[in-house]
Design a protein around this ligand. Structure first.
Ligand SMILES: [Ca+2]
Ligand SMILES: [Ca+2]
Ligand SMILES: [Ca+2]
Ligand SMILES: [Ca+2]
Length: 244
């Protein structure tokens, strides 16, 4: 168990984040036989090097319970690069515990605070869209905390590894046409030109996977056909009524 002034530290004394606490080593697995309570003023630093846990990535293994608060600093090392292929992820289990409660109030990744662009469950888990379909997610379960980096497929606006009717409906609702601007990946701009137009929608339809990951109700099987028809309306008849 660590108080606010006694932080688990995986860094090195030369590191600007290094602070008082147990001897630092990097990277590695730190096992705690008891409980781990992180206070509101405390910071946990986790380094990610890619590849195997323990060899290149920090992991905190807590035999007892953990109650989380304060700051999580995720620090990618020089050996790690984000996914380069769309639709692929890098997944890191950074904490395991007999039982987990509480969440970090702030999560920083490489010095930047992550924003909860998409809330992924009722446990405080969230997904931050960084840029160009690159998402960073923090997921809390009853026994673990994990971090995921995803380079999403074009049209996967919410970064949940599918291009489904939820994504396409959101894109249509945020449709701007090619002469407008102001949309982002989250609102359907798949190609980074600031609009959500038929180019974006066509790309998303080509990448359509149906729903793999959503807790929300989805339209009936005809939903995609209706969406395609709606796209056709948008493309061909912006100034006329589509349907009734
Ligand atoms: Ca999606
Ligand atoms: Ca465009
Ligand atoms: Ca666009
Ligand atoms: Ca989905």
């Amino acid at each position: 168990m660590f108080a606010d002034s006694l932080l688990p530290c995986f860094g090195e004394p030369s590191d600007p984040f290094w602070g008082p606490g147990p001897p630092c080593f990097t990277p590695g697995i730190l096992s705690i036989s008891g409980n781990y309570v992180q206070g509101a003023a405390a910071t946990l630093k986790i380094e990610l090097g890619g590849g195997d846990v323990g060899a290149l990535n920090d992991q905190l293994n807590i035999a007892g319970t953990t109650n989380l608060d304060g700051t999580l600093q995720v620090v990618p090392l020089a050996s790690y690069t984000d996914p380069a292929t769309r639709g692929t992820t890098d997944d890191f289990t950074i904490i395991t515990a007999g039982d987990r409660s509480g969440t970090f109030s702030t999560v920083q990744y490489d010095g930047s605070t992550l924003a909860p662009d998409v809330e992924t469950d009722g446990n405080g888990s969230f997904r931050d869209h960084v840029a160009g379909g690159l998402f960073r997610s923090v997921t809390y379960t009853s026994t673990a905390v994990s971090v995921q980096n995803l380079l999403a497929s074009a049209g996967d606006t919410d970064g949940d590894l599918d291009v489904d009717t939820v994504d396409l409906t959101g894109m249509i609702m945020n449709y701007t046409g090619a002469t407008s601007s102001g949309t982002t990946w989250l609102t359907g701009d798949t190609n980074g030109d600031g609009d959500t137009d038929t180019v974006d929608l066509t790309t998303a339809i080509i990448n359509f996977t149906s729903a793999r990951n959503t807790a929300a109700a989805v339209p009936e099987p005809s939903g995609l056909l209706l969406l395609v028809l709606a796209v056709g309306c948008l493309a061909a008849a912006r100034n006329r009524n589509c349907g009734s």
